[in-house]
Design a protein around this ligand. Structure first.
Ligand SMILES: Cc1cc2nc3c(=O)[nH]c(=O)nc-3n(C[C@H](O)[C@H](O)[C@H](O)COP(=O)(O)OP(=O)(O)OC[C@H]3O[C@@H](n4cnc5c(N)ncnc54)[C@H](O)[C@@H]3O)c2cc1C
Length: 285
């Protein structure tokens, strides 16, 4: 097996801490299969902020040298981004080729100095936190490739996290690439309250498209600090065919309808802020 040969050369050993630097994806998968207790690290931006990392003594697999997970491919149907791609590199993709919603979620999610190290895969795979990019990719109907030594599966990005916000990746699995369908959303909005880089925030993700001043497609999701994003397809459907801009009355009605639905699911949610965010988005259409 190739990784055995590389292991000695590509490993740093400090006391009990073993750090592996696999040079390609196959090596990383074999190694992770052999050492499922290992911690994967991409840019280590999030890991370096956690307590676990400071006291951790087990094996670490560094994904930073793997070229296969740093590619960007654009076809007529989709944009594909390797999980190991740095957020700064994703921001530098020229505008019509990358959804603005994704760019906005990176800009409001990750502080500028950390973007050259932080990766899109790392942002999606933090075990216990659902960060900003997840909601953007979910609303864009993006899918993700998850690989194990002998198995590959594609899942919607939304399914990377369960309903309590924890990762669904299984032992030995690595997120390798994300595929975003190409679509021409005219309005792409991301609002984060109370502001950028806050973890316990309320987020609104919104997409809308108009044809001849009529709303032809719309998606809205609301993320509260500790719950998965809420989305109401029936309310979205009821807006299709309405004239743009929406009337004051329509904005009030739709805002109230969504806010009430969130309140039913999460009575303690900050409905005042949620109402403001929805109303702000609807006024942009
Ligand atoms: C002060 C500060 C505040 C921040 N606030 C926010 C915020 O509010 N919102 C936001 O979106 N971002 C925020 N970020 C950025 C965020 O920490 C990083 O975008 C994100 O964690 C990715 O970092 P990384 O790529 O270095 O991942 P790492 O720290 O290397 O890894 C993060 C986790 O993902 C796992 N992992 C990494 N890659 C893979 C893979 N390919 N397959 C499977 N598992 C993998 C690791 O095992 C680890 O558990 C903040 C950063 C800083 C420094």
């Amino acid at each position: 097996m190739r990784y055995r040969k590389r292991e000695k050369k590509d490993m740093i050993k400090q006391d009990n801490l073993q750090i592996y630097y696999p040079g390609d994806l196959q090596d990383a998968l074999l190694l992770y299969n052999k050492r499922p207790e290992a911690i994967l690290t991409a840019g280590s931006v999030e890991l370096s902020r956690t307590e676990t990392w400071q006291h951790y003594q087990g094996p670490v697999i560094v994904l930073g040298n793997i070229r296969e997970i740093k590619r960007i491919i654009k076809t007529e149907r989709y944009l594909e981004i390797g999980a190991g791609k740095a957020l700064s590199a994703i921001l530098s993709i020229p505008s019509p080729n990358i959804p603005l919603l994704l760019k906005k979620s990176i800009l409001l999610g990750c502080p500028a100095p950390a973007r050259t190290q932080a990766t899109i895969g790392g942002n999606l795979c933090i075990p216990d936190k659902t960060y900003d990019i997840h909601g953007a990719l979910t609303l864009l109907n993006a899918t993700a490739e998850i690989r194990k030594t002998n198995h590959t599966r594609w899942i919607p990005v939304s399914d990377i996290r369960n309903t309590t916000g924890f990762t669904t990746l299984e032992e030995g699995e690595i997120l390798t690439r994300i595929r975003i369908p190409i679509s021409n959303w005219e309005i792409q909005e991301y609002i984060k309250f109370p502001g950028a880089f806050t973890t316990a925030s309320i987020n609104l993700y919104g997409l809308a498209h108009k044809e001849d001043n009529l709303i032809s497609a719309i998606r809205i999701s609301i993320k509260t600090p500790y719950n998965p994003p809420y989305r109401y397809p029936e309310t979205e459907k009821s807006m299709i065919g309405k004239s743009s801009p929406l009337t004051k009355h329509e904005i009030t009605q739709i805002t109230k309808e969504i806010a009430e639905k969130v309140s039913e699911e999460e009575p303690e949610a900050d409905i005042r802020t949620i109402t403001k965010l929805i109303s702000h988005f609807l006024q942009k259409i």
